[in-house]
Design a protein around this ligand. Sequence first.
Ligand SMILES: [Zn+2]
Length: 315
Amino acid sequence: MNTINELMKHGPVIGDGGYLIELERRGYVDSGSGRERVGTGRGSGQFTPEVAIEHPDALRELHREFLNAGSQVLQALTFFGTREKLNRAGYGSQVEEINSAAVKLAKEVAGDKALVAGSVSRTQLVEREGMESLAKARDHIAEQIRLLKDAGVDFLILETFFHLAEMKVALQAAAESGLPVVATMSFRPLVTQCSDGHTPAECARVMADLGAIAVGANCEQDPSRMLPLLREMRTAARVPLAAQPAAFRTTDECHSFTRLPEFPDGLESIQIPRQAFTEFGRVARSEGIGYAGGCCGCNAAYIRSLAQAAQAEHQ
Ligand SMILES: [Zn+2]
């Protein structure tokens, strides 16, 4: 099996994505909808990854579907798997178990057909407690990265960070692991800047300077709304672009689906068709995007459309 760096030399590497929303739709993940307070104890989680130990067959099946659709990378479902987030969802004593089970499942399905990435996201400490919590966030992220490395991931995907400051401490923790890192920020409510006020170009430059082998964006926007910000990133970074767009329509006033009233219970009404991922695949190929996957709203049909279009000339 090639490394992620080697794979990126041969056109867009096809990722996967959309695990939590898809498993929520299948009845295995909690969205936190309708609850007054989320993250306040057991059973109060919101899109946390305990499905890896509670319904492993459901997760195994979704991995199989993405692999069969053309994913060259399977992401272990370790998103929101820091001790901070799992603690608030009532799974603090099972952080090691959840992270290692998720990696084991992904590796079992991937075999020698796909690489396995560890997914690491923000802690939500910065949103709740502000920048003074960065050191604590760093410790939580570093702990999760150690668990993922011990479990045997091939590389890391740092994704869905809203603050560049938190992405920076995550990249520093990742660098200590020695694992290759793909880094993608999420932009809301508009694609013009991240939550601590940096443009996509600035984010791209900083992430590349801190060692990411590919930089870009994930979640919140569909491909057509994300592409302009990715092109802005390309002007600033000398490393390949990584793109994992969502499959939900946003508005000119609000470029993020999680800030629309349709989140989380009306998402079906803003679902975009899979043809958008065929077009995204064509652009990924023609514009030389290094890593192209999906995020919330995608399932195997979207990834297959993406893979077929992105690899059309490689057959
Ligand atoms: Zn997403």
